[in-house]
Design a protein around this ligand. Structure first.
Ligand code: ATP
Ligand code: MG
Length: 472
């Protein structure tokens, strides 16, 4: 028997252990904490399985640790958790579950240790470490989870058809764990997920998005997205991404496969950022290419306006999946809409005015936009790869220089509409907007500096052109 005393060396485990001894209760650490310890991954969540009332035991142990600890109770699930030091410790009484076909929420009854272990989703999540003083630290591995950990593969403890149809969220969890741990999903499981994929429809959008976010936050999200595609789940969840698949050929002309390109961009960007929403932008940056694809005899394949189309699709996708429609969505939309701008810019001589316009339009997202564009360079041609990166390096340099000089980010017009009205004695009318626009344009073009004096002079000049009197 493997002994894992090292995994449970924390004082909190000793407290739990001695409480359970005094009260003659069996208890175990189970699931993710055990798995992650064996994989040498840090884990802050501890799940404790007790043969008894999880809620009561959680309350008593919390009290014995520190009177001030707040215990959060979920009566419907029969679980309770509290935070202690860096850890979140959840207690659950051993249970068995039975499912109906239209809900992933089971009917729960108390059960034995084995029944509780058997209801767990994957072998790698079904291992337990005893906290009982007599067997403190012993690993109990009823389903050979250790073998799967060694072989880096995900399997279910019981018949996968039942596991997945009972709770279809597990199909996504399998793929998410594969992406997070760099594991494979067994061929048998892939086949079964493919058969049962439409069951995903009973899972709420919130849970689906939770799993997608975890895939996106993994080191190599393409592992997860390739599996989502291979199992057919992606069609149900993000059809916009499956629609990017495939290469068309007309008159000997081909375009690239935008699905695999997207995954490459996504993996690339994960090397430079932990920002979930920038990762979403990388995933969605080309979704407008499917509906805008056309073949032109003279030019070949075109995707005109795909950035605009894509940014509209971002809104619909976020809405469908019940994701936030706040500034996060707008940020993703902006990055998708502007995703080709730096590329066009870098193809020509990089002028100050083009850079000023880029900063003006992208504002605080300008650095992330550059990161996205750099990740978007997936050419296998080495000299082209180098040239594009060099061009973007120049754009980045220029952004810094222009910013030092011009303060364009979060641009505030140096002359307000109120001042224009006062100067020319005007009531609200279109003329005010047009003078403001001329001032903004002159600043972006570099004809005048971004300050009050120069803007004021230009305002007077523009007013004269329009035959307005400044009352002097
Ligand atoms: P992480 O917290 O890193 O996502 P985890 O394995 O701890 O991974 P949790 O969702 O916290 O996952 O669940 C804790 C444990 O509960 C799992 O390890 C697994 O044994 C069990 N479990 C969780 N969700 C399910 C489910 N839908 N079906 C079956 N067992 C589950
Ligand atoms: Mg957990």
């Amino acid at each position: 028997m493997t002994n894992l005393q090292q995994a449970i060396k924390l004082p909190v485990f000793e407290k739990i252990s001695s409480y359970c001894k005094e009260n003659n209760i069996e208890c175990y650490v189970v699931g993710g904490y055990v798995r992650d310890f064996l994989l040498k991954r840090k884990s802050k969540d501890i799940d404790v399985l007790v043969l008894g009332n999880g809620i009561e035991i959680a309350k008593n142990i919390a009290r014995s640790l520190d009177e001030k600890i707040q215990v959060t109770v979920f009566n419907t699930f029969g679980t309770a958790y509290f935070k202690y030091k860096d850890f979140e410790i959840e207690f659950v009484g051993a249970r068995k579950e039975s499912y109906s076909s239209n809900s992933r929420n089971p009917i729960v009854e108390s059960g034995t240790f084995k029944e509780d272990i058997d209801r767990r989703d994957f072998k790698i999540n079904s291992m337990a470490i005893s906290l009982h003083p007599k067997s403190f630290g012993d690993l109990i591995d009823l389903h050979n989870g250790l073998d799967d950990l060694e072989n880096c593969v995900i399997n279910t403890p019981l018949d996968a058809v039942i596991t997945f149809s009972d709770d279809p969220l597990r199909m996504l969890r399998a793929i998410r764990f594969a992406s997070q741990l760099n594991f494979s999903v067994s061929e048998k499981l892939i086949r079964i997920i493919n058969e049962l994929k439409s069951r995903i429809e009973i899972v709420t959008n919130e849970r689906i998005v939770d799993e997608l976010n975890k895939i996106l936050l993994s080191d190599t999200p393409s592992i997860g997205f390739n599996l989502l595609e291979k199992t057919g789940l992606l069609d149900f969840i993000l059809p916009e991404i499956t629609n990017l698949k495939g290469i068309d050929e007309i008159e000997g002309q081909k375009h690239k496969d935008n699905f695999y390109h997207t995954l490459e961009v996504l993996d690339n960007i994960c090397k430079s950022t932990e920002n979930l929403w920038l990762r979403w932008a990388a995933l969605l940056h080309d979704i407008g290419k499917a509906p805008t694809k056309k073949f032109d005899k003279k030019i070949g394949w075109t995707f005109h306006g795909h950035e605009f189309e894509g940014s509209k699709m971002v809104y619909k996708l976020f809405k469908r999946l019940k994701m936030p429609l706040n500034e996060k969505m707008k940020y993703v939309q902006k990055l998708v809409l502007m995703s080709s701008r730096p590329i066009v810019l870098a193809q020509n001589n990089v002028t100050d005015s083009a850079v000023r316009r880029l900063i003006f339009d992208a504002s605080d997202a300008v650095d992330d936009l550059m990161t996205l564009c750099e990740a978007d360079i997936t050419t296998k041609n080495k000299s082209r790869f180098k040239r594009y990166h060099e061009n973007f390096r120049l754009v980045r340099e220029k952004i810094i220089k222009v910013e030092e000089k011009d303060n364009i980010r979060n641009f505030q017009p140096p002359i307000t509409g109120a001042e224009i009205m006062k100067t020319f004695n005007l009531k609200p009318c279109k003329t005010i907007g047009s003078i403001k626009e001329s001032i903004k344009e002159a600043i972006l073009e570099g004809d005048i500096e971004n300050n009050y004096e120069e803007a004021f002079k230009l305002m007077i000049k523009e007013g004269e052109k329009l035959g307005l009197s400044d009352g002097k």
